[in-house]
Design a protein around this ligand. Structure first.
Ligand code: HEM
Length: 543
């Protein structure tokens, strides 16, 4: 038995050993096969595939039920489209639904296209705050007031309201007219140098708007060369402000040039604030520009505080309307920079379209001229605020331009906490960018009949003026444009003066009506114009 067992055991042992040996052999060949086949590329490929899958699943999770491409181009998304944005593509996107999305690099972007959806975003400060574009924090400085949120923002903004009152706007007008007249002459000279032939003018209008803004903001504290430098620098700032940028600033890229330019502009405005501080301390100094006015208000507030500190009983009527703290030159400069940032592209866009649309509609331009002649018969006299307020047709042309070609088509906001939007049964996740767009609201056929026709009359005999809910040109909610009254009056002033003093001709090309997106919107052909000064007989003044 024992021998049988031994034999069995022996044979069993021999069998087991053999099987183990086989298994071991198989295992080690599998492992060595794997090890042999594992190289850096397959590790990389596996990790890459996991990352692609993760990127894709994250996109689906954030996208949920809203419109958007079913698949994301791994990691980058449609980055190429944000490098060269096309109006047609944006427009097509807005039509895909009230909420749609796109994911570029790590950024998930939600687009709110309809009036009600856009308004909802603008009016939800608990969930969203303006984010301009990512790189704006680096260019405008993270501590800038425009990035303040909630109560801090409301308080800071209140202190700026005094810079845009009717009385304040009136004091900026002489400086604006001075700039316009200077540039009108230059426009005519440009045409003469070009033998009377039309030339692209959008760049010149950018400079004009920069000059008029600088004069309004910092008066004569900056030389014409300084303004020209800022206009040139500013182009680099706009170029850097693409909707989605590479996350870090790499030397010699657009964002690098943009940052350099922003630093220079902030320094230039700081110098202006320092000069204004000296001038405004002089007895009887009158404010001529925004920084003058702001400093004056700060000085008045300080004087009031001093009187109170001395125990004086100050009558209520001597208390400044708004008690301001003192702001340093640097703080003033950063704030003025935000005004320039907010106004430069938008007003350049508006001004370009006004010039094009009216040159192409001579009968409407003739009415601007008639109105101007009636209200300011002598084109050499000063334009007053009261005159501008009475130019109803000119105002209608400006407002219709802003509706028909709204300069700001999108306003990027950042979702600061998960934001449920019941209308779409969708939750925008914290950290996403959410962008209300203004176009569909301003081209809503139920509110503006025949919305793709330029028709200033709708502001006179029609009911366009009553459609406040759709008028998103300047946004709405706590961040609505602080400069809107100034912007509209300034454009009325420009159109009126231009129509009174100049003749301009637009060369219509096949792309004149098409839209180029460069932060705001411009005619695709860069607006080919020629100018000539009117002679006295043509201005209504006897030759
Ligand atoms: C045609 C010209 C202009 C257009 C179309 C325009 C449009 C806009 C829009 C759409 C917004 C965002 C509003 C929102 O988020 O609800 C805005 C904000 C702003 N705009 Fe304008 N703007 C123009 C001119 C100006 C001018 C001339 C100034 C300054 C003098 C200015 C200063 C600002 C500022 C400071 C903000 C940010 C306000 C805040 O965050 O509280 N804008 N603008």
């Amino acid at each position: 038995m024992a021998s049988v067992m031994e034999a069995f055991n022996a044979s069993a042992t021999a069998y087991a050993n053999a099987r183990e040996a086989t298994i071991l052999a198989t295992d080690s060949s599998l492992i060595s096969n794997i090890v042999n086949n594992v190289n850096i590329f397959s590790v990389f490929f596996t990790l890459f595939a996991i990352a692609v899958a993760y990127d894709q699943v994250t996109y689906w999770r954030l996208k949920a039920n809203i419109a958007g491409e079913p698949l994301k181009i791994p990691f980058v998304g449609p980055f190429h489209e944000s490098v060269k944005p096309s109006f047609e593509k944006y427009y097509a996107k807005w039509l895909t639904g009230p909420l749609s999305c796109v994911s570029v690099f790590h950024k998930f972007v939600i687009i709110a296209s309809t009036r009600d959806m856009a308004r909802k975003i603008f009016n939800s400060p608990t969930y969203v705050k303006p984010c301009v574009v990512d790189v704006a924090h680096k260019l405008l400085r993270a501590e800038n007031w425009v990035f303040l949120d909630g109560k801090a923002h409301v308080e800071y903004r209140k202190g700026l309201n005094g810079l845009f009152t009717r009385q304040a706007l009136e004091t900026y007008l002489p400086g604006q007219q001075e700039v316009y007249r200077d540039y009108f002459q230059e426009f005519c000279d440009i045409t003469s140098r070009n033998d009377g032939a039309p030339k692209p003018f959008v760049y010149m209008f950018r400079e004009l708007m920069c000059a008029v803004s600088c004069r309004t903001f910092v008066g004569h504290y900056m030389s014409r060369e300084g303004v020209k430098q800022i206009a040139d620098d500013y182009y680099n700032i706009t170029a850097a402000m693409e909707l989605v940028n590479f996350p870090i600033i790499i030397p010699y890229t657009k964002t690098w040039y943009g940052k350099k330019a922003a630093d220079q502009v902030i320094e230039a405005f700081s110098n202006c604030a320092a000069k204004a501080r000296v001038r405004m301390r002089q007895k009887g100094a009158q404010p001529e520009c925004i920084i003058d006015r702001w400093l004056l208000q700060q000085m008045e507030s300080e004087r009031y505080r001093e009187r109170i500190a001395k125990g004086e009983e100050v009558p209520d009527e001597e208390k400044p309307q708004q008690l301001l703290r003192n702001f340093s030159d640097y703080e003033i400069s950063m704030t003025v920079m935000t005004f320039l940032f907010a106004s430069q592209d938008a007003t350049s866009s508006a001004c370009s379209w006004i010039m094009q649309l009216l040159a192409d509609r001579p009968e409407m331009l003739a009415k601007v001229r008639e109105e101007g002649l009636r209200i300011r018969p002598d084109p050499r006299s000063d334009v007053t605020l009261e005159m501008l307020e009475n130019m109803h047709w000119t105002r209608a042309c400006v407002k219709e331009t802003l509706r028909y070609r709204p300069p700001v088509i999108m306003v990027p906001y950042l979702v600061k906490k998960d934001f449920h939007i019941p209308e779409s049964n969708y939750t925008a996740k914290k950290g996403s960018m959410i962008i209300p767009s203004t176009w569909l609201s301003l081209h809503d056929p139920e509110v503006y009949s025949d919305p793709d026709t330029y028709d200033p009359e709708r502001w006179i005999s029609g009911n366009a003026e009553e459609q406040g809910k759709n008028w998103l040109v300047f946004g709405t909610g706590p961040h609505y444009c602080i400069g809107q009254t100034y912007a509209v009056l300034n454009l009325i002033c420009l159109l009126h003066m231009m129509a009174s003093e100049l003749e301009w001709t637009h060369e219509i090309t096949p792309t004149s009506e098409q839209i180029r997106v460069f932060a705001t919107i411009f005619p695709m052909d860069d607006l080919r114009l020629s100018f000539r000064q009117k002679v006295d007989g043509e201005t209504g003044v006897a030759a």
